[in-house]
Design a protein around this ligand. Structure first.
Ligand code: AHG
Ligand code: MN
Ligand code: MN
Length: 332
């Protein structure tokens, strides 16, 4: 097998599509390198003293794990000096992070969920990092939160790293989705799957069913029909998976299809679901659409939603197109 590195892939994609400036390439390579560092820390586990809680809370009121904080710091530090960014935003920081004055500024803005699937860290189940890249608005001086509030359709790149039995990087720059596997001996990312595609039909779904009593009628109807199997209205059996690491659930869907749902529910009135639009739902929606799937909040295309706040939550339905279309239609 001829090995194609991440760098070679990015250079060739630029030649082909003229969509990856030198700055954007640097950005992606710096993020990929930071993910390598996070992967290394994850792999050390107790030996690296990275497990357990940090006994602090983030802006969402969630208790932070040591790895949430460490991963956030690794990404911030890696991305400050390169001159490719105007600012960053993260699940773990209340407000946006400006590039320190000692460094030059660039035209991109980076958002991330530094460590996704935190509840799985201490049980040695796959976790990940999710990132989204936007362009700074024309004429922007000092970046403010408002500059980040662009719909997901404006993303110039999106991806995730998956820290599992293998460490992978799944990336889109708007021309399909490609997967790289970390060669741990060489320390390099090697292209291992080109142009990932999600089949339009599936017999697998993912939802946290412990919340069933709180669901709204469209979700209850949809899931009940799946559960009814071959003797129900769908006339086929469906299998279920729920890993509780969105990265891992989405990776399964990019690999073999499926639908992922984290709906809004009646637990906390007014709360639009659990996942965050800007650094979880939007990057995943871009990847899923680029792979031929669909992503909505139950009512509209995820990538068309005009964001109102940096840490805004959103209901998520994504994956195999025919299933996402169906559950979205049930909401009409
Ligand atoms: P994070 O660890 O970044 O807070 O995200 C966790 C998310 C997501 O990865 C997963 O799909 C979901 O939370 C699981 O939520 P439940 O524990 O409610 O099932
Ligand atoms: Mn997350
Ligand atoms: Mn997280």
């Amino acid at each position: 097998m001829k090995r194609i590195s991440l760098t070679q892939h990015l250079v060739e994609e630029q030649r082909l599509n003229n969509n990856i400036s030198a700055e954007l390439r640097l950005l992606i390579e710096v993020v990929a390198r930071a993910c390598k560092t996070i992967s290394h820390a994850v792999g050390k586990g107790a030996l690296g003293e990275v497990l357990g809680s940090a006994n602090t809370e983030n802006i969402q009121g969630e208790v932070q794990k040591k790895l949430d904080i460490l991963s956030n710091e690794i990404l911030l530090e890696a991305n400050e000096w390169g001159g490719h960014l105007a600012a960053m935003a993260s699940e773990e920081m209340e407000s946006i992070h400006l590039i320190p004055n000692r460094y030059p500024k660039g035209e991109y803005m980076l958002l991330f969920d530094p460590l996704d699937g935190s509840s799985n860290i201490d049980v040695n189940v796959s976790i990940g990092t999710i990132f989204s890249v936007l362009k700074a608005p024309e004429g922007m001086q000092t970046p403010v939160e408002q500059d980040f509030l662009q719909p997901g359709s404006q993303q110039v790149a999106a991806g995730y790293a998956l820290y599992g039995p293998q460490t992978m990087l799944v990336l889109t720059t708007g021309h399909g989705v490609n997967c790289f596997t970390l060669d741990r001996e060489m320390g390099s990312w090697v292209l291992t799957q080109r142009d990932m595609k999600i089949p339009a039909d599936t017999q697998e779904f993912a939802i946290n069913a412990s919340n069933a009593r709180h669901w709204f009628p469209p979700v209850t109807r949809y899931v009940n029909e799946l559960l009814a199997g071959s003797t129900g209205p769908r006339q086929k059996n469906f299998n279920m998976r729920w890993i509780a690491s969105m990265v891992t659930d989405v990776h399964r869907i990019l690999t073999r299809g499926g639908i992922f749902m984290y709906p809004a529910d009646a637990r906390e009135p007014g709360k639009e679901g659990k996942l965050r639009l800007m650094y979880e739902a939007n990057p995943m929606a871009m990847l899923v659409e680029q792979a031929g799937g669909a992503a909505t909040n139950g009512k509209q295309r995820m990538l068309d939603i005009p964001p109102e706040k940096l840490h805004q939550r959103v209901a998520v339905f994504l994956g195999s197109k025919n299933e996402v279309d169906r559950v979205t239609a049930y909401h009409q």
